[in-house]
Ligand binder design. Structure first.
Ligand SMILES: CC(C)(COP(=O)(O)OP(=O)(O)OC[C@H]1O[C@@H](n2cnc3c(N)ncnc32)[C@H](O)[C@@H]1OP(=O)(O)O)[C@@H](O)C(=O)NCCC(=O)NCCS
Length: 208
């Protein structure tokens, strides 16, 4: 049976570039939404290193005995993060993931053009710029409150940075993620079609 740590067994802290590989592995093993996992752990490792280093972005991790149990990645401005990543890491990252990138290009473009306003019937709903990009808890540590604790820490970090409102986008059928976000105060705000034929939901924390 997998290990079930008690809530006091782990600590939550901001991640550094040293945590990027562990965060990338968690992302690729636990998240199958979006196109990023298809680009492989090396590409994701670079992206996570950039998130940890970028002043407008941050990584939060839950750690126990030197092992990363959970991570959440967030940015104040996704457009800025993409631009910095492409400028500083783009060539090297793309070289290691060229074939997956070509295969994923349609989804890459779908994601890049997803509206910053809610789609369909909620077309006029403005969404905040700041965003939680991904949250993942290791399988054996799921369902015992680690995700909730890491989200509380993310909300505190955004607040410390003066960011009063932020969004998270997830697939409408991801029951665990939706329960987690709602339980820490996110409100369902807009239905979006980020990838053709798949409904996603944008949830917002704070004033929208
Ligand atoms: C989503 C995820 C991060 C939740 O983390 P977690 O540590 O398991 O969640 P917690 O134990 O902190 O539970 C938080 C809340 O969600 C609820 N919840 C957790 N798993 C659930 C499930 N499978 N179904 C329904 N509700 C669930 C809990 O009951 C709790 O609600 P409460 O606070 O009202 O009691 C985790 O399941 C995960 O890593 N999933 C795979 C990656 C993913 O889908 N990420 C989101 C998209 S980027």
């Amino acid at each position: 049976m997998s290990e079930q740590p008690m809530s006091s067994d782990y600590s939550i802290r901001l991640g550094t570039s040293n945590d990027a590989v562990a965060a990338a592995l968690l992302h690729s093993s636990r998240i199958n939404e979006g196109f990023l996992p298809t680009l492989g752990p090396r590409f994701l490792g670079r992206l996570y290193r950039r998130i940890a280093r970028d002043q407008g972005s941050f990584l939060m991790v839950a750690e126990k005995d030197g092992e990363i149990l959970a991570m959440a990645s967030s940015t104040e401005n996704l457009g800025h993060l993409y631009r910095v990543f492409i400028l500083r890491d783009g060539v090297i990252a793309a070289a290691g993931a060229l074939f997956p990138i070509i295969r994923s290009l349609p989804r890459v473009f779908e994601t890049l053009k997803y509206p910053s306003q809610g789609g369909s019937d909620l077309a006029k709903t403005p969404l905040p710029e700041a965003e939680i990009l991904a949250v993942a808890v290791r399988e054996g540590s799921s369902g015992i409150g680690v995700g909730r604790q890491i989200m509380v820490a993310v909300i505190a970090e955004f607040t410390r940075r003066g960011v009063e409102s932020f969004k998270v986008i997830t697939s409408s059928d991801n029951a665990a993620a939706l329960a987690l976000y709602r339980s820490v105060g996110f409100r369902d705000t807009a239905a979006l079609e980020v990838h053709e034929g798949t409904e996603s939901l944008a949830l917002v924390w704070g004033a929208s």
